[in-house]
Design a protein around this ligand. Structure first.
Ligand code: NAP
Length: 319
């Protein structure tokens, strides 16, 4: 490949060759960049959005990240991560990664801003919200269906909304929505929630929340905007329609791996990248960290550990 110089973000000159390229500036990627900066490794962190942070940016408050006895805003926390990484000269650019391929000397990362070569890659591209896949969902995204309560809750002041899901994200975001909406249904497919007990206790105690358990969504109803949701009882197959103005979907995540074009790389049965405890994938020089990898617990606290380990392992690989 020809030597190129990429100009990004107000004329920032980027050398297209690096020892370590980190893909994604969520909690894991920013931690990897902090470690790379402090180790004075020739690195680059590529983030597709001008605002780094990944999914945590969509979280109103984080209360289980150690060091913050009072809840810290997701956006605020990630901003601390970024500032700390930049203090140690983390090299962050904004560019969308279209392809990651392996070549004879390392890896090629095709971005909207040009190609980058790296000897090692840390994939920290995170995950995206899973869609429900029912009639009307596509039509009403942005017209009453949302995947981000932090972004859109204020639009539902005094209104009725439904949250789909029974995990941590669904319960946390339903609680947040009660600050605005007059009523929040939580529609969950089982009669037991998956969320952490302390979150469950709070939600059960919240008078604005009504649980609709053992129901699955069937169809989103409405003309121009969401007006209701049709749901099916898993107990007796009866159908019910809830009148709602908005629907917030929190039914899990899917890994952001579309850009990976290295055939031999191993994924688990849900499409998350398999690593060992040092964040090494089965491909020499490729590491994965954070939500994109197959793991037991997805939290900010585990993502930062992954990011640190992956960067350190990548350094050792290069040495
Ligand atoms: P999750 O833990 O995977 O929960 C997804 C929920 O959606 C489950 O209750 C699941 O039901 C339900 N679901 C899945 N597919 C469905 C479908 N097709 N139709 C209806 N319901 C469906 O996902 P998450 O809550 O988005 O959280 C993702 C990760 O981030 C988790 O590891 C979570 O612990 C973490 N997180 C942590 C915090 C925190 O620590 N404060 C906050 C947010 C997220 P079943 O229960 O029946 O499987």
């Amino acid at each position: 490949m020809a030597e190129i110089s990429i100009s990004i973000g107000g004329g920032k000159k980027i050398d297209p060759k690096y020892d370590i390229a980190i893909i994604g500036a969520g909690s894991a990627g920013l931690t990897a960049a902090l470690y790379a900066g402090r180790a004075r490794v020739n690195h680059i962190l590529i983030e597709k959005t001008p605002i780094p942070g990944g999914q945590i940016v969509n979280t109103e408050k984080v209360e289980n990240y150690p060091g913050f006895p009072e809840p810290v805003g997701g956006f605020e926390l990630v901003d601390y991560f970024r500032k700390q990484a930049e203090k140690f000269e983390a090299n962050i650019i904004t560019a969308n990664v279209n392809r990651l391929t392996k070549n004879r000397n390392g890896f090629s990362i095709e971005t909207d801003e040009g190609n980058i070569l790296a000897k090692a890659v840390v994939i920290a591209s995170g995950a995206s919200p899973r869609k429900i896949g029912i009639d009307g969902e596509g039509k009403f995204i942005g017209r009453g269906i949302s995947f981000c309560a932090t972004c859109d809750a204020a639009l539902y002041k005094g209104k009725t909304v439904a949250v789909i899901g029974g995990g941590d994200a669904a319960i946390e975001e339903a609680m947040f929505l009660t600050k605005f909406a007059q009523k929040v249904y939580i529609i969950h497919r089982r009669d037991e929630l998956r969320a952490t007990k302390i979150l469950q206790e709070r939600a059960f105690a919240n008078e604005k929340i009504e649980f609709v358990l053992s129901y699955v969504p069937q169809e989103v109803l409405g003309d121009e905007f969401v007006e209701g949701i049709k749901i099916l009882s898993r107990k007796d197959n009866s159908i019910k329609v809830l009148k709602v103005d908005g629907i917030f979907v929190y039914i899990g995540i899917i890994p952001n791996t579309d850009f990976i074009e290295i055939d031999e790389i191993k994924f688990d049965d849900r499409g998350f990248i398999i690593t060992d405890t040092e964040m090494r994938t089965n491909i020499d020089g490729v590491f994965a960290a954070g939500d994109v990898r197959s793991k037991f617990l997805r939290q900010v606290s585990t993502a930062v550990g992954d990011g640190a380990t992956a960067e350190f392992a990548a350094e050792k690989f290069i040495e």
